[in-house]
Ligand binder design. Structure first.
Ligand code: CP
Length: 313
């Protein structure tokens, strides 16, 4: 498949073929990551700016490393120390970065749609690294990549996403990718955080944890996003944990080969017990490793896949 998009803004607008193209390219870049010399030249001479206006550990460092491995020059923009603090608009900031010949703007922002807005006003490639509660496309892709690696397929998989769905961009990107590739998605959590409207996206919605995880091939846990909640959505964290936290005892009732996933950061002892987060079913750190390959693939394809396949580099 020939890649023709300037930007990567969401998974909702991608076709199954485009999603599969990124996953297949990421598999090649993961193999490159196993070599003694991990750096390849496709983005030599290109400049990537990480414009993170919200905190991040995994996504920012992963994009930085992906760009470095592809031989790009990388600039990390620190919002707190920037002229955004003096009232400069996001558009003016981004236009100035483009005037400095930035070729890629990787943006994380609390406002849903901020990457789409920049993509309209910039010639530079724009990549969404998480916009409010809307989408986190590379997280969705790395999650699906990890599932496919372990299970050999996505079509027909039963995937349960558990927790704060309402405020989760990770959930939305997962739902789009999984459904486009033929998985069955169940959403579970307190009804205030998993409203029935999600059925309109084709998901099964339930507040019954035992029912949601009994035959799941994958359980993807989400953090409670206090930073986005404008009101208390359940009585207490203790009650949330007692009803929806994944403990060793609950894990024993799941399929013997269930995958436990989490995009991070984890709230240990809230949505997941440490024994489960660090146990044999958990692929949480593999997700982080795979994120590097997925982000290399995304940057490589958006750049126009110049310079041969990953294997030829
Ligand atoms: N999963 C994720 O987006 O983590 P960060 O907020 O640390 O980037």
């Amino acid at each position: 498949m020939r890649w023709s998009r300037k930007d990567l803004l969401d998974l909702q607008s991608l076709s199954p073929e485009e999603i599969t193209a990124i996953l297949d390219t990421a598999r090649e870049f993961k193999a490159v990551g196993g070599r003694a010399i991990k750096k390849v030249p496709p983005l030599r001479g290109r400049t990537v700016v990480n414009l993170f206006v919200e905190p991040s550990t995994r996504t920012r460092i992963s994009f930085e490393l992906a760009a470095v491995r592809l031989s790009a020059d990388v600039i990390n923009f620190t919002a707190e120390a920037s002229s955004l603090k003096k009232g400069e608009t996001l558009k003016d900031t981004a236009k100035n970065l483009q005037a400095l010949r930035a070729d890629f703007i990787i943006i994380r922002h609390s406002a849903a749609g901020a990457p789409h807005f920049l993509a309209r006003v910039l010639d530079a490639h724009v990549v969404n690294a998480g916009d409010g509660a809307h989408e986190h496309p590379t997280q969705g892709l790395l999650d699906v990549f990890t599932m496919r690696e372990h299970k050999g397929r996505i079509a027909g998989l039963k995937v349960t996403i558990l927790g704060d769905i309402l405020y989760s961009r990770v959930a939305r990107s997962n739902i789009w990718a999984l459904q486009k590739l033929g998985a069955e998605v169940t959403l579970c959590g307190p009804p205030t955080l998993v409203p029935p409207i999600f059925r309109e996206m084709g998901c099964r919605v339930t507040a019954n944890l035992d029912d949601a995880v009994a035959d799941a091939d994958v359980v993807n846990l989400l953090r409670i996003q206090h930073e986005r909640q404008r009101q208390t959505m359940f009585p207490s964290l203790g009650e949330y944990t007692s009803l929806f936290g994944i403990t060793r005892d609950r894990l024993k009732k799941m399929k013997p080969d269930v995958l436990i996933m989490h995009p991070g950061p984890i709230n240990r002892g809230v949505e997941v017990e440490s024994d489960v987060a660090d146990g044999v079913h958990s692929v949480i750190l593999e997700q982080v490793t795979n994120g590097l390959a997925v982000r290399m693939a995304a940057l490589y394809l958006i750049n126009g896949a110049h310079g041969g396949t990953p294997e030829e580099n």
